[in-house]
Design a binder for this molecule. Structure first.
Ligand code: FCB
Length: 475
């Protein structure tokens, strides 16, 4: 039942990312990024064999997008910058003016319509030229990311006041560098994953310090890290299950959360211990997790002005000694069992997900308990229906029940949640699922050359919530 209904001191928005919507993959000086390369060369890795060549064509239709945002009445729009559109070589030696112009136009159009730009600097689509040098596993990745950050602060920071550095580093490190199911498709197990994590955390911290020291005083914005945290619920209240669930949380959220958001800093001890242990069992002479020096721990600690949370689902977790633990995730979701207590038709690659609204409240509380009183912005939350569906009731139910739990977290648990960005404005190129997922408040027909955007029922419901700043149950 919905108890609390009012949103005060709160901003609403929607989220997207460059590669998923822009298209124009080889237009106006943009270079090839890892996703262009991955989809062009390994179409079999994408459910429908598709790619982001045209996507929603937001590169040409950004004014249409802003008009939809205006209609929704959102306070902010979260989008990301395409690194290869801005720096085609990957490095600061060549700035592509057409790329800068595109984002200037988008930002100005948003501001002219009273919508605050929330900008993700990097959402998984780095230039292929950087990948030739190892991408996120190159020890100089942090230098490259700092230089790229400088270019974007210099060009857009007069108008952008809300920055997000690297979208969901855990996901890109696991799926991009360990299992290789998404671009850049590197299959190097924990070695690649942990090297990527280590570099991502350092890169984030460098971008933060650069902003803090050289730009903040003049530009007066905020900057933080968006992490993906699902809730992990112990299957029983046995000590083993409770410990396993906590371990899973530490591997998923703590891996990035503790070094950056907490007062303690550094990786969680359990993460360090388990990776060291498993590395030994597997015959490595040293742990696969590159460790931070005490100086680095201090440099990294506190480098986020807020917590940005991407949250979708909850897993039930049980200690399960029968399952062979893999090298990639020594102790987290590998040994979890997902309990099928409610089938609400999450589809395709997402069918392991469930709609569990109370898990949202619990993860918000967990973040507060672990990292103190930082403001929390939910930068992603959403549900994919079948693309043809226009009366997307399941998405609406999802949104309302999750928002209701968000309010409970605020009013009952005292969590400082300050904003919510729904994923997503449009149906878009959903990475390995291609165009098979209806995450959008608007449907886009990808067979239609005009890429017409058609509002779903959920667009209307969300617009009402934003307008009334109130949650009203729908029939
Ligand atoms: C998140 C990604 C986003 C989108 C949603 C469904 O993990 O950040 O790009 O794919 O999932």
């Amino acid at each position: 039942a919905i108890i609390h209904t009012s949103f005060d001191d709160f901003i609403f928005g929607v989220s997207s990312s460059s590669h998923q919507i822009e298209g124009a993959w080889n237009v106006d000086g943009k270079s090839e990024n890892v996703w262009d390369h991955f989809t062009h060369n390994f179409p079999e890795k994408i459910t429908d064999g598709s790619n982001g060549d045209i996507a929603c064509d937001s590169y040409h239709k950004y004014k249409k997008d802003v008009a939809l945002l205006k209609k929704l009445g959102v306070n902010f729009y979260r989008f990301s910058l395409s690194w290869s559109r801005i720096l085609p070589t990957g490095f600061s030696n060549k700035i592509n003016q057409a790329g800068i112009d595109y984002y200037n136009n988008l930002i100005n159009e948003l501001l002219a319509n009273g919508i605050q730009p929330v900008v993700t600097i990097y959402h998984w689509d780095h230039p292929l030229k950087l990948q030739a040098l190892g991408g996120m596993t190159n020890p100089l990745f942090a230098d490259w990311f700092e230089d790229y950050s400088r270019v974007v602060f210099e060009n857009f920071g007069d108008r952008v006041k809300f920055w997000l550095t690297i979208n969901e580093p855990r996901l890109i490190c696991v799926f991009g560098y360990s299992t290789g199911v998404i671009a850049p498709g590197i299959q190097s197990g924990g070695i690649g994953e942990y090297l990527c994590s280590y570099n991502a955390i350092k890169a984030h911290a460098r971008s933060y310090h650069l902003y803090d020291k050289q730009f903040r005083q003049k530009q007066k914005g905020r900057i933080g890290l968006p992490i993906d945290c699902q809730w992990n619920e112990p299957e029983t209240n046995s000590t083993e299950d409770i410990n396993t669930a906590e371990r899973a949380l530490q591997f998923q959220c703590g891996f990035y959360g503790q070094p950056i958001f907490s007062k303690k800093g550094d990786y969680p001890q359990v993460v360090k211990d388990l990776i060291a242990n498993r590395s030994k069992i597997e015959g490595f002479f040293r742990t696969r997790l590159p460790l931070f020096t005490p100086e680095e721990v201090n440099y990294i600690k506190g480098t986020s002005d807020f917590i940005a949370l991407n949250h979708y689902t909850t897993f039930y977790v049980a200690e399960d000694k029968t399952i062979q633990k893999s090298t990639e995730m020594p102790s987290s979701t590998i040994d979890s069992r997902i309990k099928d207590w409610q089938d609400n038709n999450w589809i395709g690659e997402f069918s392991v997900f469930k709609t569990v609204p109370w898990g949202f409240r619990k993860i918000l509380k967990w973040l507060k308990d672990n990292y103190g009183d930082l403001d929390i912005y939910v930068t992603e939350n959403g549900f994919p229906n079948i693309v043809e569906e226009m009366h997307d009731k399941k998405k609406i139910d999802y949104m309302i029940s999750y928002l209701s739990n968000l309010l409970d977290a605020i009013y009952e648990d005292g969590v400082k949640v300050k904003g919510y960005g729904f994923w997503s404005l449009l149906d878009s190129f959903e990475w390995m699922s291609g165009y098979t997922m209806g995450f959008g408040l608007h449907r886009v027909d990808f067979n239609d050359p005009k890429r017409t955007r058609i509002p779903r029922e959920s667009a209307k419901v969300y617009a009402d919530i934003i307008k009334n700043r109130k949650l009203t149950p729908v029939e």
